[in-house]
Design a protein around this ligand. Structure first.
Ligand code: FDM
Ligand code: MG
Length: 213
């Protein structure tokens, strides 16, 4: 049986280096001649994504539950493309995924279990890499932008929820979760990320799992 592509998710706080690291990972995969595609959530280009974009820029207001469901719907609208890419042998690297969905909404006070529910049975990553940085260090990297959630206190709560999510993933056998110290020089971080990804990216034999099932 031919191997499928690996599903890799990169998570982290704002300013943790996700864009830099996902880009470095993609070029590394290309150099290794491994077919790979980079996705980013939220995908702001779809109709739902445009609503999310407007909310994040504070150009519109939405109930916390409603925006949570839009973020999840934004993943569902891409779920079948992810499956097809993986089945065709392409490694999918995703900048944020359902874990961000839970971490940010739960940090606003929505119940954790409620936050998880709409993402149940989405494709589960084979590996989630959490780029860990303290909210202080993130802020020192040039400060946060203008968007909603880019505030130190919020980021602090988000990091705590991510910690819970990571522990649960590790305890559940649902793919792997690794914490990478993202406070270091970007080449050092990239090297560590590659160490976690390399073997998986050569192809995965088992079937794709589903989140939280
Ligand atoms: N975010 C992202 C959520 O609140 N829920 C989600 O499901 C996702 C994927 O959106 F503050 C938040 C996290 C971040 C914001 O993300 C935009 P980027 O990576 O900064 O574009
Ligand atoms: Mg941001």
């Amino acid at each position: 049986m031919s191997k499928r592509g690996a599903f890799i998710v990169i998570e982290g706080l704002d300013r943790s280096g996700k864009s830099t690291q996902t880009a470095l990972l993609l070029s590394r995969l290309e150099s290794a001649r491994i077919p790979a595609k980079l996705l980013k959530f939220p995908d702001r280009t779809t109709a739902i994504g445009k609503m999310i974009d407007s909310y994040l820029k504070s150009q519109s207001d939405l109930d916390d539950h409603a925006i949570h469901l839009l973020f999840s719907a934004n993943r569902w609208e891409l779920a079948s493309s992810i499956e097809h890419l993986l089945a065709a042998g392409t490694t999918v690297v995703c900048d944020r995924y359902a874990f961000s969905g839970i971490a940010f909404s739960a940090s606003k006070g929505l119940p954790y279990e409620w936050c998880r529910a709409p993402d149940v049975s989405l494709p589960a990553p084979d590996l989630a890499v959490f780029l860990d940085i303290t909210p202080e260090a993130a802020k020192a990297r040039g400060g946060y932008g203008e968007e909603r959630y880019e505030k130190e206190e919020m980021q602090r709560r988000v990091r705590e929820v991510f910690r819970r999510i990571g522990e649960e993933i590790k305890g559940s056998g649902l793919g792997a979760w690794v914490w990478v110290d993202a406070g270091r020089e970007k080449g050092v971080v990239a090297e560590e990320v590659w160490g976690h990804v390399e073997l998986l990216a050569r192809g995965v034999e088992g079937p794709l799992c589903r989140l939280w099932t």
